[in-house]
Design a protein around this ligand. Structure first.
Ligand code: G3P
Length: 218
């Protein structure tokens, strides 16, 4: 499973990249705003800065909601760097834009997926990735992981190349469950990625090894 980090924070991106296990980055307009990145030029430059840190796919989201606007933005975003994947919202105009952009060889990530029907539509349009938001489904008492499993089944039934990018990941169990189900990619915060390494028995065991080494090498 590929690991993407879901942030626009350059320090978090660097820290995850330094671990050597990072395959890409996803962002969205809310994450950009959270980092205080505003204005078209600054946002475009921030995408380039991210691409200069990570050698992997970087999702950059359009802000238009009409076909013409989305393809104009998408073409401009894709021209920024070879690793940019254009993030398009799951609306009918977005499906048209995904079809158009994929026909031009521009890779896309269909975002705000909350049902398997939406994922199927995006795959038929040629999306490179679909992003089902599992945490936000959990937030409304719906099992987000069930959606990942449904999409996995559908994509496998028809051998769709579209990758399932489990988004809105909130904690390490989401990552482990996504890996069990067979999501192609997960995107989550640095905290969830780092939490995978934690186990109290590892800490205790290491403490003991270090103490025994120190005692034997006085
Ligand atoms: O980037 C899309 C998605 O991962 C957002 O996550 O935590 O805002 O639901 P969240």
């Amino acid at each position: 499973m590929k690991f993407f980090i879901d942030t626009a924070n350059l320090n978090d991106i660097r820290e995850a990249n330094d671990l050597g296990i990072l395959d890409g980055v996803t962002t969205n307009p809310s994450l950009m705003a959270k980092e205080g990145i505003t204005g078209a030029e600054n946002i475009l430059q921030h995408y380039v800065d991210i691409c200069n840190i990570v050698d992997g796919d970087v999702s950059a989201e359009v802000n238009s909601v009409d076909f013409e606007g989305m393809i104009k933005e998408g073409v401009a975003l894709a021209a920024l760097h070879k690793n940019i994947v254009v993030k398009i919202p799951m609306i009918l105009e977005g499906i048209k834009a995904i079809k158009y952009l994929s026909g031009k060889g521009i890779r896309t990530n269909c975002t705000l997926i909350f049902s398997s029907g939406q994922a199927l539509l995006a795959a038929k349009a040629g999306a490179t990735y679909v992003s089902p938001f599992i945490g936000r489904l959990d937030d409304i008492s719906t099992n987000g992981l069930d959606l990942i499993a449904q999409i996995r089944l559908i994509f496998d039934n028809y051998a769709y190349n579209t990758e399932i990018l489990a988004a809105s990941v909130r904690h390490p169990m989401h990552i482990i469950n996504c890996a069990e189900i067979g999501a192609d990619v997960m995107t989550g915060p640095l905290s969830a990625i780092k939490a995978l390494a934690k186990h109290p028995l590892t800490d205790l065991g290491l403490q003991q090894f270090l103490a025994d080494f120190a005692a034997g090498n006085k």
